[in-house]
Design a protein around this ligand. Structure first.
Ligand SMILES: [Fe+2]
Ligand SMILES: [Fe+2]
Length: 325
């Protein structure tokens, strides 16, 4: 912006000093646009499971879950995000529990969504609803719901946590509260709005695969809240996706951000200038507006789980998707 004035630079600086003293700012007094653009902090990134898993198992030598530390998690750290989260809007962590361990009950304003990865005997209790978590099961912990985790099996368990605390933090509404005891009593069976068993979701994905394919995602199934019929949470939507052998999806851009976990299969995702070849257990991030396309490189169907901030963008009427072939 160019200041047009008959007054001198010194007079403008003195005027700006009086503005500051009055709690005011003249954006036209500085060069640059009125609303400066903000580059995306989230960078395209791949985390290989073969790198993550040994470090996750080793974390048990440094920390036991207890009040204060609360959870034995490793967060995916995107080098571009100052808060060391996977993306600017989405937090992704892997949580690890040894046999007999309990992660004590607490509640907080951010929402968490768990996707079970490995092991037998894990559970999450959400407001008195004890959800036994088998690999592929999804559990929603809405903001301010009491929740504790445990491992009743005889081997370590781990799952991934997706949280929206970056968004809640930006809105300056982060709250956290410990429960009086380590565990809550079980009061009732899990509701269908918080517990999504793998067997049902995967069966629905296979049924979807019989329908016409999506050129950008091949076979895409969103987890829907049975009460609202909409995305699981206003901030986060979750999807299970199948790429049939040989499929290369059309490249596209979305204004939203996505974090992926490879459930099974071998493939590659091109994100802007980079191509991430992935296999079972790997994670990757697609930042907003990045050109991306998926490719199945194997002879079997590939299955991807993803969490995306699409509903938040839609709520703000900022969601756009465009082909980028
Ligand atoms: Fe929590
Ligand atoms: Fe996409």
């Amino acid at each position: 912006m160019t200041v047009q004035t008959a007054r001198t630079v010194e007079e403008l600086e003195a005027y700006c000093a009086r503005l500051r003293a009055a709690g005011l700012d003249a954006p036209w007094s500085r060069p640059g646009p009125l609303i400066p653009p903000k580059p995306t902090a989230t960078q395209p990134r791949l985390w290989r499971w073969r790198d993550v898993e040994p470090l996750l198992r080793e974390s048990a030598e440094f920390l036991s879950p207890h009040r204060g530390a609360e959870r034995r998690v490793l967060r995916l750290h995107n080098p571009g995000v100052p808060e060391r989260t996977a993306a600017h809007s989405l937090v992704l962590a892997v949580q690890y529990l040894l046999p007999g361990e309990v992660a004590p009950a607490h509640r907080h304003s951010p929402t968490a969504i768990r996707f079970m990865l490995h092991g037998e005997g894990a559970y999450t209790t959400v407001d008195g609803q004890k959800c036994a978590m088998k690999p592929g099961d999804l559990v929603v912990t809405p903001g301010m719901a009491w929740h504790d985790h445990g491992n009743e099996g005889n081997a370590p368990v781990f799952w991934m946590d997706v949280l929206d605390w970056q968004v809640v933090r930006f809105l300056e509404n982060l709250t956290f509260e410990p429960y009086p005891d380590d565990q809550q009593p079980t009061l009732r069976n899990p509701g269908r709005d918080i517990f999504f068993p793998w067997s049902e979701t995967y069966a629905a994905l296979l049924r979807r695969a019989e329908q016409e394919a999506d050129p950008f995602d091949d076979v895409l199934l969103e987890y829907l809240d049975p009460v609202t019929g909409g995305s699981l949470r206003p901030t986060v939507a979750c999807y299970l996706q199948l790429l049939r052998p040989g499929v290369r999806t059309r490249a596209h851009r979305e204004t939203s951000c996505a974090v992926y976990r490879v459930v099974r299969g071998q493939g590659a995702t091109t994100v802007d200038e980079q191509t991430f070849e992935w296999g079972p257990g790997d994670f990757f991030v697609v930042p907003p507006r990045a050109r991306h396309a998926h490719l199945n490189l194997g002879s079997e169907p590939a299955v991807l789980f993803s969490a995306q901030d699409v509903p938040l963008l839609k709520l703000l009427r900022l969601y756009r998707m465009e082909p980028a072939d």
